[in-house]
Design a protein around this ligand. Structure first.
Ligand code: SF4
Ligand code: SF4
Length: 338
């Protein structure tokens, strides 16, 4: 596995990062075994968030005694100063540590979110104060709008960005990653499996591994998954394989959905999942995660065609910054049930 210097932080980070979001789904001993095994194998970047149920507590409980073995990244979802300040203090307690290496302002997709977080009494002020007090070391930002993130980082407020990069969402390559490289910032790619829609794991991991990023955060919950992810990074990606993966990403990314979630649906269609999985389904066929998703979504997807208020002008499409044909894609998805 590759190690690289992480932006301006002075840390050498492992290319595979432990994504702790799903640890609350498994027994504590299993979660602890997975985390400890990952550290034993040289994974030295652990990513969590205050919003990931009790993920921070699990980390605090199972690996805080090995604190010097990992670069610890967490997130606050709050936008205002007071709540973010409290959230950071709570994270320190839950993670059982005196210092968080990287505090990310979480899930900043809308301009209004960014403005609120950066306002005089915003979350960024709480992060700066925590940094001055030695409670955090670096400040980052996460989001699903690579085009906006590329603009926001230009002001030099952040040390790192966490963004989607996978075979179905290659969009960060357009502006964001080149800008981060130019600015010498930390580059962390998340969701290599696109939430489980992309398989096999090896192919899914090797695509972001072939690109210009420092860390790929993969959500893992067992020793077996850590082994599987590590195995995918055993060999560097040669040019021919990179080109093949890039071609596949162009194809799978043709849906153009960034998962920004601007498009809430009154009948609860999970629109970004439909947009992304439909394309994957066209190319690969249905995978187990896709099957489960379509089973659960059947009622909502089938309701779209009859939902009166959307017949003239689909409500979702009015909100999409990329003007995507979501209703058409959802209606096509409905044909899978026939
Ligand atoms: S067009 Fe369909 S998917 Fe879009 S908001 Fe209306 S019901 Fe939901
Ligand atoms: S369909 Fe459009 S609005 Fe909805 S998540 Fe995708 S890019 Fe965003």
């Amino acid at each position: 596995m590759r190690y690289t210097l992480f932006g301006q932080t002075g840390h050498r980070v492992s290319a595979l990062g432990f994504g702790a979001m799903n640890l609350p789904d498994v027994p504590l001993t299993q979660a602890g075994d997975a985390l400890n095994y990952a550290l034993d194998q040289g994974i030295n970047y652990v990513d969590t968030a205050a919003a990931y149920r009790n993920s921070e507590e699990i980390i605090g409980e199972t690996i805080s005694h090995r604190r010097s073995d990992y670069f610890l990244a967490t997130k606050t979802k709050y936008r205002d100063y007071e709540t973010a300040k409290q959230d950071i203090d709570n994270s320190l307690k839950r993670l059982k540590t005196d210092v968080i290496d990287l505090l990310q302002i979480h899930y900043v997709n809308m301009v209004s979110d960014y403005q609120a977080a950066m306002a005089e009494q915003g979350a960024y002020k709480a992060a700066l104060e925590a940094k001055a007090a030695g409670k955090i070391r670096f400040i980052g930002i996460t989001g699903h709008r690579p085009d906006l993130l590329a603009k926001w980082i230009g002001k030099g407020s952040f040390d790192q960005v966490l963004f989607h990069l996978n075979l179905a969402q290659p969009f960060a390559l357009q502006e964001l990653i080149p800008k981060l490289t130019e600015m010498g910032m930390g580059k962390v790619a998340m969701k290599p499996l696109s939430g489980g829609f992309i398989q096999p794991v090896e192919k899914a991991i090797r695509y972001p591994y072939s690109q210009d990023v420092h860390v790929i955060i993969s959500g893992m919950v067992s020793v077996e998954q850590v082994k599987e992810n590590l195995a995918a990074m055993e060999l560097e990606v040669a040019d021919a394989e990179r080109q093949e993966l890039e071609q596949l990403a162009l194809d799978l990314g043709a849906h153009n959905c960034r998962r920004c979630n601007y498009c809430s649906c009154p009948v609860d269609v999970k629109i970004p999942d439909v947009m992304i999985s439909s394309r994957i389904r066209d190319v690969f066929g249905l995978l187990p995660k896709g099957n489960q998703f379509y089973e659960k979504q059947q009622h909502s997807i089938l309701s779209c065609a009859d939902y009166e208020p959307c017949k003239e002008t689909p409500l979702c499409e009015q909100k999409c910054p990329y003007h995507l044909p979501m209703r058409k894609t959802v209606m096509e998805a409905a044909s899978y049930y026939r």
